[in-house]
Design a protein around this ligand. Structure first.
Ligand code: PLP
Length: 371
């Protein structure tokens, strides 16, 4: 059986190996494992890539959101608007601060936060909103930024899935008060373990982030706030430094792969391929198609050795962890329908066209069997 993995990172490693090994050797020889030279160099490179003044490396994407929210003053008594359809980390970060996540529905075509719904959810306690550039497609930011400005609300871009994506000419992560990235290994820019980054143009937010990630300290043993241990490892920063120059090319390969899928699935009854809005440059962290009778089709794909995943089967308002917020089934119908019908097909830069053809042929067969 010709298996097709959901994701494979082997070719990425082969590409960067020559550049990476000297970085790693130098880091080990310097032994500056915590907040070492590569962290500073990567922060400078990544800030420039995002067209931001500052970048602060942290432990994970979740911590980027958590510390980012703290640095904007979000805390107990505040509400933060979050899409109901995203990875749970977006909401968890809000909960960690003591603030309350307030869920809103998504746009049925892009799966990103519905901006009109977000506007309607604003109340007296709303302190911030977290647009999530889900799957690598940007939220419609201009109207959202306008609403936020009118209400004096902070915008935190969850850019965990959208390194290098564009909204019009703006880089994802460059538009809100802060942009938060994850470098989880399978992300478009991934480390060899956990990692994250917050980017901003605001000097005082930058200063707070540097403190929060490092035990709240001002000098070695002078602690001015309750801080955390959440630093990007030097070794991970070295990996990311070696990979960053490849990011745009790898995103280009993802787009090429998406175009091949779109071509092969064009006109196939019972399947909807991803939408790319005129304002967006999608970077296809996830290539998600939509179909009825999803679970049976997924079973057939799995039986044939095709690696598929579902991002995400349960919207956040229906997660047991958030039962205390009192939401019910039916509250966010667009998110609920997406959760029932979406399936993510294999997607990574080095996926071959022959592999895409194989996925599409099994998928078409599975769909035909159900009509
Ligand atoms: C949309 C979104 N937000 C936040 C995160 C959290 O990132 P991390 O896994 O690095 O903590 C992820 C990663 O899985 C994500 O997909």
């Amino acid at each position: 059986m010709n298996k097709v993995p959901f994701v494979s990172l082997k070719n990425q490693y082969a590409e960067i190996k020559r550049g990476l090994l000297p970085y790693l050797r130098a880091a080990v020889e310097r032994s500056d494992f915590i907040l070492g030279k590569d962290v500073q160099l990567f922060e400078t490179d990544f800030a420039r890539y995002c067209r931001r003044r500052f970048a602060v490396g942290v432990n994970s994407g979740t911590d980027a959101l958590f510390l980012g929210l703290l640095s904007l003053g979000v805390g107990p008594g505040d509400e933060v608007i979050v899409p109901a359809f995203t990875y749970i980390a977006t909401a968890l970060a809000v909960t960690y601060t003591g603030a309350k996540p307030v869920f809103v529905d998504i746009d049925p075509r892009t799966y990103a936060m519905d901006v009109t719904q977000a506007g309607k959810a604003i109340g007296k306690k709303t302190k911030a909103m977290i647009p999530v550039h889900l799957y690598g497609h940007c939220v419609d930011m201009d109207p959202l930024l306008k609403i936020a400005k009118a209400h004096g609300i902070k915008i935190i871009e969850d850019t965990a899935q959208a390194h290098g994506a564009l909204y019009k000419k703006a880089k994802a992560g460059s538009m809100g008060d802060i942009g938060c990235f994850s470098f989880y290994p399978t992300k478009n820019l991934g480390a060899f373990g956990d990692g994250g980054m917050v980017v901003t143009d605001d000097e005082s937010v930058h200063r707070k982030l540097l403190m929060f990630r490092d035990y709240g300290r001002k000098s070695r043993y002078e602690h001015v706030s309750i801080g955390y241990n959440s630093r990007l490892d030097t070794v991970q920063a070295a990996v990311l430094r070696a990979k960053l120059p490849c990011l745009d090319r790898w995103n280009g390969l993802r787009r090429k792969n998406a175009a091949a899928y779109n071509r092969m699935l064009k006109g196939v009854e019972g399947i909807a391929t991803p939408y790319e809005a005129p304002y967006a440059k999608h970077v296809y962290h996830i290539y998600a198609v939509r179909l009825k009778d999803r679970d049976a089709v997924v079973a057939e794909l799995s039986r044939n050795g095709i690696g598929v995943l579902i991002h995400y089967p349960i919207p956040l308002h229906l997660q047991e962890a958030y039962a205390g917020l009192g939401y019910r089934k039916g509250d966010f119908p667009v998110s609920e329908a997406a959760a029932a019908e979406i399936v993510s097909l294999p997607m990574f830069p080095h996926l071959r066209e022959s592999q895409i053809r194989r996925v599409c042929s099994v998928l078409k067969r599975a769909l035909k069997g159900r009509q």
